[in-house]
Design a protein. Structure first.
Length: 159
């Protein structure tokens, strides 16, 4: 009997495997689809965008009990935050770092950096810096962030 051969790449996340690749593709979706490095980066970018734009509106007492579960998925509402406050920027960076570390298992050593946009004082710019797990290799990744309306919307730009 032949031993199974490893397939190069990283296994697609469940929701990526369930999605059709578009109307142009006429082949059935493979349940064991794997991603190359650039497709994996894009998958992580889309999932980061979903995570950072999902608000967890649980009361703090319940949120603490539900930390790390799907019930507490997302980040707390940041609207009262002042973009010009360096303390608020530091707190936001820590909040986003924690959420990403908790809910994006393909990233390790996550660090988020936030600073005010010099051109627009109501916009914050930032970046997610981390190690992406790609098979048995950890690849450094960087995702630029644009945070508008006091954290109401966070855009994760493609690299």
């Amino acid at each position: 009997m032949q031993e199974p051969r490893p397939i190069p790449g990283a296994k697609s996340p469940l929701f990526d495997r369930l999605q059709d690749e578009g109307i142009q593709v006429r082949q059935p979706v493979s349940a064991s689809r794997s991603l190359n490095l650039s497709a994996l980066r894009e998958s992580v970018r889309k999932d980061l965008s979903a995570l950072l734009n999902t608000r967890c509106n649980l009361p703090e007492t319940i949120r603490v009990l539900a930390e790390g579960t799907v019930v507490a998925y997302g980040v707390i509402n940041m609207v009262p935050m002042s973009p010009s406050s360096e303390i608020a920027q530091t707190e936001l960076a820590a909040l986003l770092t924690d959420a990403i570390s908790r809910y994006e298992p393909r990233l390790r050593n996550v660090k988020v950096f936030i600073q005010r946009d010099r051109r627009d004082p109501l916009v914050l710019l930032g970046a997610v810096q981390a190690q992406l797990i790609f098979g048995h290799v950890m690849e450094p990744v960087y995702f630029p962030l644009a945070i508008a309306n006091s954290g109401e919307r966070i855009d994760v730009a493609p690299v």
